[in-house]
Design a protein around this ligand. Structure first.
Ligand SMILES: [Zn+2]
Length: 76
């Protein structure tokens, strides 16, 4: 198995499949930032490989701190 390096924390990690690791979340193992215009056309910019811990933190961040969408709805 090839080790990857997290673009956020710098730690090495074994490749993982986002679909099986984060079933209820984004189901991803990397981020792609885009630049989108008003007609929804977009251009890919920078990509980030994230270790499972950083992807887990991203999942919480993107949901406003809740672990799952259901928890976010409970909190409001
Ligand atoms: Zn990381």
């Amino acid at each position: 198995m090839r080790a990857k390096r997290c673009d956020r924390c710098g730690k090495f990690y074994d490749h993982y499949v986002g679909l099986s690791r984060f079933r209820g979340g984004c189901k991803a193992n990397a981020l792609v930032l885009i630049d989108r215009d008003l007609d929804e056309k977009y251009w890919s910019r920078k990509t980030y490989d994230l270790c499972p811990a950083c992807m887990g933190e991203f999942e919480e961040f993107i949901r406003g701190g809740a672990v799952s969408t259901a928890e976010k709805e409970e909190a409001t």
